[in-house]
Design a protein around this ligand. Structure first.
Ligand code: 1GP
Length: 247
């Protein structure tokens, strides 16, 4: 089957409304379970599966999770990398991303230079993306050595977003960090939306339908949620979140 490029799939869909993507961390459960989670997410209407995590990603757990997920769903499976040490040829695409506010040049451009020839050789579709860590940043902020953008400083986030756009990136992703107590603030999302033309991805701490609705209403084009649920079951929580994003 000739497959549509994932970039075209995303840019086609965002013109019709907000998308939801489900992030699965291969280090958090067996690959079989990753496949089951992806299947449930697809049935509930998620638009793509992202695979990644800040730590504990190896070529082995990554490949087996991606393969299990690919077997379970038809929607695109996008690798969300933490570095060039493990890259899966089995994904449909890779977010080819730069952590714009890292103090570590390796996270800004070094890992990308190491990874680019590997991505080329694998024939993996790269989707250029600017990635910005917002306070509190959680584990990804720590591991990424991010100079966090403060929650009350929307204009700095706007400036980074414009820089991503002018550098030719296709997506701009603002990340509060997995497990953040609150998502990226609505005022910041709205300010970016008002000033930056490339699609805006928002993730981190979106753990219930109310938060998902807030992020969507503020202007997110793509809402990303992980699969850790504190109370209740994953399926009903995800159903409520996806409904809030799509309504
Ligand atoms: C994706 O890191 C997030 O941007 C996922 O965050 O685990 O808090 O949903 P949660």
């Amino acid at each position: 089957m000739i497959r549509m490029k994932v970039k075209d799939y995303i840019s086609g869909r965002v013109t019709n409304g907000t998308l939801h993507m489900t992030l699965i961390d291969p280090d958090s459960q067996s690959s079989e379970r990753s496949g089951e989670i992806a299947k449930v997410a697809q049935e509930l209407g998620t638009d793509a599966i992202m695979v990644g995590g800040s730590t504990g990603i190896t070529q082995g757990n990554l490949d087996s999770a991606v393969l299990a997920i690919k077997e379970s769903v038809d929607i695109p499976v996008i690798f969300f990398p933490s570095g060039a040490h493990a890259i899966s040829p089995y994904a449909d695409a890779i977010y080819f991303m730069s952590m714009l506010n890292s103090r570590n040049l390796g996270k800004v451009i070094g890992e990308q230079v190491t990874g680019a020839p590997i991505v080329k050789k694998m024939g993996l579709e790269p989707i250029p993306m600017g990635y910005l860590i917002i306070e509190p940043g959680m584990k990804v902020g720590e591991v990424g050595e991010a100079e966090l953008v403060m929650r009350d400083d929307p204009m700095t986030a706007v400036a980074y977003g414009l820089a991503a756009e002018f550098l030719g990136m296709d997506l701009f992703y603002v990340e509060a960090g997995s497990g953040a107590p609150e998502p990226v603030p609505a005022e910041m999302i709205a300010a970016i939306k008002a000033n930056v033309s490339i699609p805006l991805v928002v993730g981190g701490g979106i753990r219930n339908p109310k938060a998902a609705g807030m992020v969507k209403k503020a202007g997110a084009d793509i809402v990303v949620t992980g699969t850790v649920v504190e109370n209740g079951d994953f399926e009903s929580m995800l159903e409520g979140i996806i409904d809030a994003v799509k309504s």
